[in-house]
Write a protein that binds this ligand. Structure first.
Ligand code: RIB
Ligand code: CA
Length: 311
């Protein structure tokens, strides 16, 4: 099977970093055409550098990294240094990347690549959806060249920024609305799934036991990351969000879900950024997303550890 043409849009961010490593460790399956970065976990000035650092760690310094939008469409930027540290990759001190980001804006790259491509491209989104929304607004025709979009974001039940809203959607709910209403083949991997995939001490030890520079960095990043989340949710380990998107692309059999209607709350100050998932078809609206609900967490971690060992 030929490798899947893929663009990853992200806000590294520790879990974004692990997701990038998983993708970079899977070149036979994923033809990563480029990485676009967005403001989210930390400001764009850091997310763009962090993406370069992770490509360098994975031995792929040549992979093109682009800087996209520095803030959401309408709302002020909200960041998450309390989760990812002030650098966004707390837990590891990386050398300055040997290469610079591409001079082209991330949105321009998305439009150019999608306009010129001979075959539809898959998008994996790991952060706020600002870049994707701006690209779709600027050039709606690119929607026909997006084979499918797999989104880490949202919550069927409980949010992580407010009781209703998850971070990626909460940061830019208007962008999420543009993307969810663009008629794309969209798969949603929400907190209800990622909270089933926990970085327990045993799993962290398995990563450490690989005993490579990449696995050591991954373990150090994960050891720092999400300690707050684990304590907050009373879990035996931090939920592993973004790598679930890449695991889904690599091993969809590990996941299951339903075609459901998802609407984004963009007005209420109480539930702003909520992904309202119509689980029982009460809206009468047609489905606009494949909403993942179940995951084989052991399978995801086995895949992650197996692939990290290759770097
Ligand atoms: O809510 C979790 C999501 O928000 C993850 O993608 C994390 O990296 C942050 O972007
Ligand atoms: Ca992210």
């Amino acid at each position: 099977m030929t490798a899947l043409p893929l663009i990853i849009d992200c806000d590294p961010g520790v879990d974004d970093a692990i997701a990038l490593l998983l993708a970079l460790a899977s070149p036979e399956d994923l033809n990563l055409l480029g990485i676009t970065t967005v403001a989210g976990n930390v400001p764009l000035s850091l997310t763009q550098q962090n993406a370069l650092k992770i490509c360098e760690l994975a031995g792929r310094p040549e992979l093109p990294v682009f800087a996209g939008c520095p803030r959401p469409l309408l709302r002020p930027l909200l960041t998450a240094e309390h989760v990812h540290g002030t650098t966004g990759l707390e837990g590891v001190t990386f050398p300055n990347p040997s290469r610079a980001i591409q001079p082209q804006h991330g949105v321009a790259f998305l439009i150019e690549r999608l306009t010129q491509t001979q075959q539809p491209i898959t998008l994996a989104t790991l952060g706020p959806l600002t870049n994707i929304a701006v690209a779709l607004i600027q050039e709606p025709a690119i929607a026909h060249q997006i084979d499918r979009i797999v989104v880490m974001g949202g919550a069927i039940t409980q949010g992580n920024v407010t009781p209703a809203a998850e971070f990626n959607i909460y940061v830019d709910p208007q962008a999420a609305q543009v993307v969810f209403e663009a008629g794309l083949d969209l798969t949603l991997i929400s907190l209800d799934v990622t909270h089933q995939v926990l970085t327990t001490p045993e799993r962290l030890d398995q990563i450490r036991a690989l005993n490579t520079p990449v696995s050591a960095a991954a373990a150090s990043l994960l050891a720092y990351y999400g300690t707050a989340d684990a304590e907050r949710y009373g879990l035996p380990g931090a939920p592993l969000h973004d790598p679930c998107v890449i695991a889904y692309l690599l091993a969809p059999h590990l996941f299951s879900g339903r075609a459901l209607r998802v609407d984004i709350e963009v007005n209420s100050c109480l539930t702003l950024g909520q992904t309202l998932v119509d689980r029982w078809q009460s809206t009468g609206q047609p489905p606009n997303a494949q909403v993942i609900e179940q995951v084989d967490a052991d399978g995801v971690y086995d895949l992650l550890i197996n692939r990290l060992a290759k770097l």
